[in-house]
Design a protein around this ligand. Sequence first.
Ligand code: FAD
Length: 372
Amino acid sequence: MRLESKVLIVGGGPAGATAGRVLAAAGVDCIILEKNPQGTKPCGGGIPFGAFEVFDLPRSVIKRRIGILRVSPPRSGPFEIRFESGYIGMVERREFDSVLRDMARAEGAAVMKGSFVKILESGKTAVRSEAEIGGQRMEIRSGYVIAADGVNSRVRSSLGMKQINSLHTLGVKLPLEKPFRDNCCEFYFDSYARGGYSWLFPGGSNISAGTGSTNPKKLEAGLQRLLLMRGFPASGIRENGLRGYRIPLWERQPLVRGNVLFAGDSASHVMPFTFEGIYYAMRAAQFAAEALIQGDAKLYRKIWRQRFRSRFLLMKTLWMAFLKNERGMETLLSAFRDERVQQKGIRLWLDKTEGRGSFVSFVNALRKYVLF
Ligand SMILES: Cc1cc2nc3c(=O)[nH]c(=O)nc-3n(C[C@H](O)[C@H](O)[C@H](O)COP(=O)(O)OP(=O)(O)OC[C@H]3O[C@@H](n4cnc5c(N)ncnc54)[C@H](O)[C@@H]3O)c2cc1C
């Protein structure tokens, strides 16, 4: 059996669903192929309010609004960052992704349950892909493919591209207990979480707890330590739905290869240091779709670079210089004790209007503490 479409979008997560929504709204015929629509991606589900504005997302998916960050550096005492305005909206990924796919469907995208298997042929004018839909192998012929199939992208491996470098994570969902402040996300920096952090994020009905590190061997010990430190039972976490996953470490990646475009985790579009990926996956997918609407796939790379390259580079520099060991973490985090650095950083993170002004003023505030 054979299907045809102008664009085949592989993956119906934040990137894929957004690409489908934008393409379909412009009248471009597209299929979103999602292998596991009932699945829940292991994810903290924290999305800055600005993303809801940029994409006009329903606020009904927000389970909790976060207005405080509690930061624990490795060697000195914790401190808090209170938002002067705005919030981080906590969502549950299964519901959030399904709402995004519904929005794409409402614009006219065809959303299908099925697995992409491989690229059979990638020519100058068309791509032939193999997929498994309803237990049957099918060929899908499309003008373009948007690979939005996440960090373990099968489209990438099918084209012989190397795996994405990542931060390893191990997380668990805990029952939301009363002593936990429900408007506060907690971040812990130490050598267990080299290159990352441990976190406690309150969600709708539970707390997401986890450790992210470039060293996978230390994850379980890091998570145990976090739970003990915060008074949660650390025994039996293996039985409590412990899940490992990977978060891309951003590096320069090909965004377009022939008629295949990569967006979101499949292109490592996760902000270094904060590891915010949902918004950047959606933005990249939007840019990819807009480039195709304009009939020039290569435009995608240009738009992405113009909008995001300098801030990804800055955050990558901070990540490389300061998050590799406890001394570096301590130095960088001490800058965030300064209220001016806090508010400029928070504004840059939460407000997605993306003017250069907020970026430049954050860099200027940080310069006093960190040499660039
Ligand atoms: C533990 C953890 C915590 C995180 N916390 C946050 C957070 O709080 N805030 C934030 O902004 N980001 C967070 N992130 C990052 C965020 O989850 C990702 O960056 C984001 O989900 C990327 O979106 P995506 O659409 O590119 O990929 P994904 O969300 O991974 O979506 C890919 C989709 O493709 C589908 N798929 C895969 N292979 C195939 C195939 N062969 N055929 C068909 N479909 C396929 C999958 O089922 C999935 O639905 C976290 C990540 C992790 C691991």
